[in-house]
Design a binder for this molecule. Sequence first.
Ligand code: SF4
Ligand code: SF4
Length: 328
Amino acid sequence: MEAFKEIKESLKKKGGNEKTFQMTLSEHEFIMTWTLNKLCNYRCDYCFLTDEFLSNEHPETGKYSHEYIADCFDRSAKNWLIILSGGEPFLYPDFVGLAETLTKNHHIVINSNLSMKSAFDFAERVNPEKVIFLNASMHMTELVKRKDGVGKYVEKFLYLQDKGFNIYLTYVAYPTLLNQIEKDVSFFKQQGIKKISVKYFHGMFDSKPYPLSYSMEEKEMISRNALNPVEADEYQEKPFFYGRQCAAGQKFFAMDMAGNLKRCTTLQKQYGNFFTGKFKFDKSLKPCPVPECLCAYEGFLLTNNKSSSAFSLWKEKQWEHYYAKKSE
Ligand code: SF4
Ligand code: SF4
């Protein structure tokens, strides 16, 4: 896809993490971002999920066997990249078994806080070649509440890194942490952690909106410590893809715990249920019908520079309006 090529080139120019994107984007027919559970053992100050959401597991989580889920992917396409997020994915019932089963025929990405001991078992049983990357979010405000929280995080991280996983530490630049970020980054480097990325905080703090409220110096500091410089200076701006053709709905879907498919993280347009087999994908690229894409990664990776006809844009807006009303 054009957009993938563009981003690769842009990353290359800026010395970004081209390999990750290259592998992620050029080798997969379809991408699914799957929120597989709700439960989380952390309560990060900056989490956009509510305490209520994170406290109870979704009734559909773990309903289907690993084999059944893998079969749904196998039957629908040859080659999926499955992005696994929660909650905390390692709290999914026998998450390691699920990852092992899914990676027989597909590739995965995992977003985890790396708090669970089962990460060691994961390192033993899952083929690192099948894990495009493991985003190990380092939540300093939570780690310091736990006995040797930082030490245990580092131990698991290094174990996975030594096993050959493409793992990186992400650090949210929450305003209360700004004064210690560089010190922490240097500590983690000394421990042997190779890939570290500081990311902008998105949200309100002290009645001020972020990332808008960072000072120039703070932005520079974040940029210096971002693994991918493109992320710091481009992804964090409010991206605008309105009217552009987007592969979401054709090659990319957002799935909830029950298997319900939406066009992407932002949109409400539904495509059926992946686990019951009653779903339909778009046959062609459709325009993006909204002025704000909540996940810049998705927008940058899935859109091209072509505008759609006024009629197809109108149609997508109608669909979105219909499904947004329905989900109220
Ligand atoms: S670990 Fe992730 S899901 Fe859990 S509270 Fe923190 S930000 Fe939210
Ligand atoms: S909101 Fe983003 S991912 Fe969704 S259709 Fe628009 S550009 Fe694509």
